[in-house]
Design a protein around this ligand. Structure first.
Ligand code: NAP
Ligand code: F7E
Length: 373
């Protein structure tokens, strides 16, 4: 009998990579999605390709803010593994929708744990909880590991703090197999378009093809430990294969600023940026133009950018009421106990994202102009 895995948040970035991984491992995969007025399965469909139609892959409706829905889908599937990835996951948005964020991210996790307990699945079902480096927030130690105290800095971080501890509490109180993956930022070409990495790769690609003029961003100086989502979902699965539940930091152990991410992405399109001015008046100016990456599908003469163009500006709307300035993870426990190590380095990650978005921009130019210029 194939093992049954339930993924909440299957329509998100990690949901797509995890569904792909579990299907390849022979699982029956059930994906819970919420009902929206528009289709939210586009990136999942594109990523899975023909596997989206596999008889081992089923989508169902489910919303973490609705306990009858959570009880219903867990009770009908009786999964061997639950990956709780569903969340309002945008830190900046959590300041504007704190109550919804807490309902989904904090109470949603509790609803899952309660459903597993009340349905008598405590011995059968293993639970992965998508915890986050945002728990460390105003960091108390560098680098951060499983023993570093938490100090979240946003309604998102605080909601995830509840989720982290309620998973630990159900493990200690009722013996549930519930593990927290404390994942540091992970990105990919499937990353949501309003996170800074993807916003930058989309923006710079469109600017390179002449579809946009400028990218507007907030704090360029925050530092993140950035990995690839494909590497990180494999760690989720490894955590549920262990004999015992536990909590693991998943990170690369290397840190880069947002500014460095942007410079690295621009270089894929052949652009060297120079930063001029300070604070809100700071801007990223094209200081040099070289041949774009050979796989970019963009030649130097097609680049619609010239030296001196301002391609990055700062806008106050993208600053947060409180910021997480620096995150750097120490994943040595995961290396030791799970045998997990990241495979994709920062430069490769940025290149993969940038190449995907340069192709998307190329296609948009083609559709707009009826052919290439
Ligand atoms: P994501 O792309 O934002 O995906 C979030 C998923 O949750 C989407 O499928 C979304 O559905 C779904 N969702 C939102 N509200 C829901 C609700 N009320 N009921 C049911 N589903 C709901 O996030 P991700 O990057 O894949 O991250 C996966 C998980 O890991 C999240 O819990 C996130 O907080 C956590 N995490 C992410 C990172 C990271 O760097 N990516 C790091 C640490 C932890 P729609 O498609 O309909 O919006
Ligand atoms: O911001 C700065 C921003 O929104 C990164 C989520 O997956 O990872 C993610 O949270 C940094 C911050 O990710 C813009 O202020 C500058 O310092 O891409 P982000 P995040 O806040 O680190 C953690 C681990 C999660 O768990 C979350 O779910 O970039 N920044 N300018 C900007 N950020 C955005 N979004 N947009 C800007 O224009």
């Amino acid at each position: 009998m194939a093992k049954k895995a339930l993924i909440t948040g299957v329509t998100g970035q990690d949901g797509a990579y995890l569904a792909e991984l579990l299907l390849a491992k022979g699982y029956e995969v059930y994906g819970a999605r919420r009902r929206l007025s528009t289709d939210n399965t586009g990136r999942l469909r594109a990523h899975l390709g023909p596997k989206f139609r596999s008889p081992r892959f089923r989508l169902l409706y489910g919303d973490l803010t609705d306990s009858s829905s959570v009880n219903g889908f867990i009770g009908s599937i009786r999964p061997d593994e639950i990956y709780n990835l569903a969340a309002q996951s945008h830190v900046a948005v959590s300041f504007e929708q704190p109550e919804f964020t807490a309902d989904c991210d904090a109470l949603g996790t509790l609803r899952i744990l309660e459903a597993v307990r009340n349905l008598g699945l405590g011995r059968k079902t293993r639970i992965y909880q998508a915890s986050t480096s945002e728990l460390y927030g105003k960091v108390r130690a560098v680098p951060q590991n499983e023993g570093t105290p938490f100090h979240p800095r946003s309604p998102y971080g605080v909601s995830k703090l509840f989720a982290y501890w309620i998973a630990v509490n159900y493990r200690e109180s009722y013996g549930l197999f519930a593990s927290n993956g404390i994942l540091f930022n992970h990105e990919s070409p499937l990353r949501g378009e309003t996170f800074v990495s993807r916003k930058a790769t989309i923006g710079l690609s469109r600017i390179s093809w002449g579809l946009d003029k400028c990218l507007y961003l907030g704090n360029l100086d925050s530092k993140r430990d950035w990995g690839h989502a494909r590497d990180y979902v494999s760690a989720m699965h490894m955590m549920l294969l262990r004999d015992e539940p536990g909590d693991f930091v998943i990170a690369t152990g290397k840190q880069y600023s947002v500014r460095r991410f942007i410079e690295t992405a621009a270089a894929v399109a052949g652009l060297t940026l120079e930063w001029k001015g300070k604070g809100l008046a700071e801007r990223g100016v094209v200081a040099g133009i070289a041949a774009p990456h050979p796989a970019a599908g963009l030649s130097r003469h097609e680049l619609r950018v010239k030296k001196g163009d301002v391609v990055v500006r700062i806008s106050p709307e993208y600053f947060r009421p409180s910021e997480v300035d620096t995150l750097l993870g120490d994943a040595s426990r995961a290396a030791r106990e799970l045998g997990w190590r990241p495979k994709v380095a920062f430069k490769e990650l940025v290149e993969e994202m940038m190449l995907a978005d340069l192709y998307a921009a190329r296609k948009a130019v083609y559709l707009k102009t009826g052919g290439f210029r």
